[in-house]
Every structure is written in C-alpha cells, then in structure tokens.
Design a protein around this ligand. Structure first.
Ligand code: HSE
Length: 434
C-alpha cells in the first residue's frame, strides 16, 4: 500500500521532534498504522539544526501545504490563533485530515473547526494539545467512555510546575527558572501564557468539553496565575501538610460546570502533589472507575512528538472509515452536546487557605472567627505565628471547609475592613481531591 503523505507546518521544537520520531521509528509506525507515513512537504521559515530534513521538499508558505494535492494529512505546529486557524480551515476545506498540537487554537476556535471538519468528513486530531506526551485525551474520550465524569484536576502547564518546584526545592528566583524553561523549549512564545494560567486554561477547556460533553468555552474559564505566590505561603502550606500547585479544575455540579485554573493547596500525601519539574499529571474521577491519575512529560520535543505521531497513526487507521462512525472530536456525538452552563467563579465551591496579617491585640482572633461564622464558613484549622520582628504583625493562617466563593469574597472584604487587620488577606483555594 502506498504511504500516507503528511505535510508538517512548523519545524520548531515539536515539528523537528515529529520529523525525527517519524524517521527513527518508521518501521514500527508502519507496522502499527498498516501503511507507511511519509513526510512529503515541510513548511518552515528558518532552518532548524536539530533536524536533518534530507531531500524533503521545503516551502516557506504554510498555506502551500494545505493546497498541495499530494498531501493527505496536514500537521499544524506553527502555534498561535490567526495563521494557524487559516491553515487548518484551508486544509479542511481541501478535504485533508489535520493533526495539531495547538491548544489555543482548539480551545478558542475548536467549535468552528470541528463543525467544518464534520461537513468535510475529515478528522482533526489534537492529542498533543493537552499534557504533551500523556495520552489523556484518548483516555478520557475512549478509555473512560463508560463513566459519568465527576471531575478532572490537573497540573497541565509544565513551565509553571517547573517554576514552582524549583522555587520550593532550591529557593531559586522566578525569572531565573523561567529563563531556563524558555531555553529548554517548554515555555510558550509569550511566557505570560504559562505563568498567568492562560495555557492551562486552554488545556482545561479542552479536557472539560471531552469530560462533560459541552462545547468549548474558553472565555468562561476562570484563570489566576502563579506570579503573586510568595515563599512565605509556600512555607506555611508545607507546615500545614500541603503543597501549592497550579491546578486546573473542572467539576460537574448540579448547578453547572466549574472551570477554573489557580494556585491550589493539595494535601502533600496525594500523588499529584508530588508531581514536580516539567512533569504534568491529570486526575480524572468517574462514577464507575473512581479516581485515575495520568502522569508524564507535559512538554518538550519528543514527548509532544509522541502524541502528534500517535494521532497520525490514528488518522491513518481511520481515514478510510465512514466519518459517521469515527470517534467524535469532543467524545460525545455533536448533536448530543449538553448546554449545562459553565459557572462563574463566584458560584464555584472550594476550601480555602487564608493568611491574615494582624496587629498583636487581644480579641483579633475572635473577630476573625465571628466574621467567618456569620457567613457559615467553618474553620478547619488555625496556625498563628510569632509577631514579625520588622513590623510587629502576627501572621494568622486559617484553613476553612468548603464554601462558595461568593461567601468567601464577602468574608475577606469584612476581614480587610477590620482595624486590626493590615493589608490584603491572602486567599488560596484548597482541593483535597478525594
Ligand atoms: N508551555 C507549555 C507548558 C508547553 O509549559 O506546559 C506544552 O503545552
């Protein structure tokens, strides 16, 4: 059988990894796919010394790949929203299957892209868009298809996890670790996407759609980054038996779907709390299976290429099948997607860590307790430290039981209005994941 012809658009970190893995493992891949996979064209703007492309035809114009009649599958690895969207829609319009690692593109334009792909009867595969080399989309979409999914919680940004891990373990500074993540090719072109949680929110949006059968709704995801975390809070969390991780949480409730990315205290004895460095991990809780944990490299050249090539194998296996009988893009049949709403952050519920800087006066603790109890907020534990030498203020650290964010915001406003409370109350959400 003739090989399937693939066009790789973008020969950066992931593109060169994909080329190299396809070449190195060509025989194994063909044995799995049933046909060879040949890179018949590459679009790249500049040479990549990590990749010997040999005699493969090269163009600087990605759209030329989408228009090339020889090409069966377009692999979009250029990133971004604008040209990538044009490329993918052009490839689909030309009847080509698409493989992409572009989470931003899928999270923001996925509904439109999948609708066009259905019209054309082509596959759009995007395993590499979430958690790099971990096949979590396949697991959620196919392996867990029996379940009603209760929640998904993941460390899904390697750069952010690398920064938090290095800061905690080695006391390194934020810019120092970020520069290393950029040099290693983990960070996004705009690293604010990593540290402000936008990249994680893209990925969580995709996971939530596949978990709950809802359309992609990135604009409704709540996103809070790690840039304001202090080493003091990392230390207090440790003392209380917790680790702070940048977590994406998608939870199905009777009122709607929670979709939120934020720093989170997790009990230190949970496996996911011990996922360090650039590694990613995604927990999925289903009503039949219980809790599962998927762990692996969430970024990097060949781990991400592993997911891209797996998608290529899937496309090759399914390309001659009836489009109606393929696995749906978002796991649920398109006409069976649910309109269960995505909740605002005020309507979400979690436990909280609070750090209050208080004057060393009698009765402050009683006032704090009274403000919380008036709003039905149950205190789980309190830790009060010695007054700080430089300002005489007493750090008071509280853990609460679960409460709706709206009530916690009201309580924090009241706490900050107390004469004996100085500055802002630090608030970090807590998830026990049990
Ligand atoms: N910038 C991303 C990360 C790359 O650090 O996880 C993989 O999506």
């Amino acid at each position: 059988m003739k090989p399937v012809k693939v066009g790789i658009c973008g020969l950066g970190t992931v593109g060169s990894g994909t080329f190299n893995v396809l070449k190195r493992n060509a025989e194994e891949i063909a044995r799995r796919a049933g046909r060879g996979i040949e890179v018949a064209q590459i679009a790249q703007r500049r040479l990549n010394p990590q990749c010997d492309t040999g005699s493969t035809p090269i163009t600087a114009d990605v759209l030329a790949v989408a228009d090339n009649p020889e090409i069966d599958v377009v692999v979009e690895l250029i990133g971004g929203y604008t040209l990538a969207r044009e490329l993918v829609l052009r490839a689909i319009a030309n009847g080509k299957h698409v493989v992409t690692a572009n989470k931003a593109l899928i999270a923001v334009h996925g509904n439109e892209i999948f609708a066009k792909a259905r019209e054309q009867g082509v596959i759009v595969a995007f395993e590499a868009s979430v958690a790099g080399g971990i096949p979590v989309i396949k697991a959620l979409r196919e392996g867990l298809a029996a379940n009603r999914i209760n929640w998904v919680a993941g460390i899904i940004n390697g750069t952010g996890n690398f920064i938090l891990s290095e800061m905690r373990e080695k006391g390194r500074t934020f810019p120092d670790v970020l520069a290393e993540a950029q040099a290693l090719g983990y960070a996004e072109a705009d690293p604010t996407f990593d540290v402000e949680g936008i990249d994680a929110a893209h990925k969580l949006t995709i996971l939530a759609s596949i978990a709950f059968g809802i359309p992609l709704q990135f604009d409704k995801a709540y996103t809070e980054g790690i840039t304001r975390l202090t080493t003091a809070d990392v230390g207090y969390a440790e003392a209380l038996g917790y680790r702070i991780k940048h977590l994406g949480v998608a939870r199905s409730t009777a009122q709607g779907i929670e979709l939120r990315v934020h720093p989170t205290l997790i009990p230190a004895d949970r496996l996911i709390a011990n996922v360090n460095g650039v590694m990613n991990a995604v927990m999925v809780n289903g009503d039949a299976v219980g809790s599962t944990l998927f762990y692996g490299a969430g970024a990097g050249q060949e781990p991400t290429a592993s997911a891209v090539v797996a998608d290529l194998v899937d496309v090759v296996r399914a390309m001659t099948s009836d489009p109606e009988n393929r696995v749906p893009h978002l796991a649920f049949q398109p006409d069976a997607l649910s309109d269960h709403p995505v909740l605002s952050i005020e309507a979400c519920e979690s436990a909280y860590y609070l750090r209050i800087q208080a004057k060393d006066h009698p009765g402050v603790l009683a006032q704090v307790a009274s403000i919380l109890s008036a709003r039905g907020i149950n205190i789980e534990s309190i830790m009060q430290k010695e007054a700080e030498e430089h300002d005489g203020l007493v750090p008071m650290i509280l853990l609460t039981h679960r409460v709706t964010e709206r009530h916690m915001v009201e309580a924090i406003t009241a706490l900050e209005a107390l004469d004996d409370v100085v500055g802002d109350v630090v608030r970090i959400r807590v998830e026990h994941l049990n």
